[in-house]
Design a protein around this ligand. Structure first.
Ligand code: GDP
Ligand code: MG
Length: 184
């Protein structure tokens, strides 16, 4: 997939964020979505990183600027500026590490505290679905948490490129709906 330049024309440009514990696969999901790459040796860098991807929805070009924590989540040092202005989020856990699922509620309350909780579009993502033998969180548990919190839900594999497009595109599509409802 070709990387697109910053000033390419688009009808909407918005910010979305990736959140979740360290090593759940945030950076690999983002590189899959933005560059179709998977990195086995991915090492966390400190700071904030982001990538763009343009998608067509209806007859509009929507450009998503997706922010990645780039290692800061290890110290729970994500500041309000990371969340500021975000219209959507992928809230990610690792299906093979139960603690990452248990921490979802903390991430969710932080996200809701720093963004507009009434309009922010949140997709709960259980990543590493390829690691069937080491599963610690059942798909039904993710589904039921999502239902009780009013989130969308998907299991993904960045490694096998399963449901990655779907996760990002479901978020982008809902954001488009929110934006067009506001403007109309
Ligand atoms: P981050 O800290 O949340 O950004 O996570 P990374 O993207 O750096 O991934 C952490 C580790 O999990 C790396 O060793 C990745 O290779 C691995 N990983 C990420 N996604 C998957 C996946 O879908 N399946 C498997 N088996 N490993 C993954
Ligand atoms: Mg990372």
């Amino acid at each position: 997939m070709a990387e697109e330049s910053y000033d390419e024309e688009c009808d909407y440009l918005f910010k979305a964020v990736l959140i979740g514990d360290s090593a759940v696969g945030k950076s690999n999901l983002l590189s899959r979505f933005s560059r179709d790459e998977f990195r086995l040796d991915s090492k966390p860098t400190i700071g904030v990183d982001f990538a763009y991807r343009s998608v067509r929805v209806a007859d509009k070009t929507i450009k998503a600027q997706i922010w990645d924590t780039a290692g800061q989540e290890r110290f729970r040092a994500i500041t309000s500026s990371y969340y500021r202005g975000a219209l959507g989020a992928l809230l990610i856990y690792d299906i093979t590490r139960r603690t990452t699922f248990e921490n979802i509620k903390k991430w969710l309350s932080e996200l809701r505290g720093f963004s507009n909780p009434d309009t922010v579009v949140i997709v709960l993502v259980g990543n590493k679905s390829d690691l069937r033998q080491s599963r610690e969180v059942e798909e039904e548990e993710g589904q039921s948490l999502a239902e009780s919190e009013g989130l969308y839900f998907l299991e993904t594999s960045a490694l096998e490129n399963q449901n990655v497009e779907e996760a990002f595109l479901s978020m982008i599509g809902r954001i488009h709906e929110v934006l067009t409802q506001k403007i109309a």
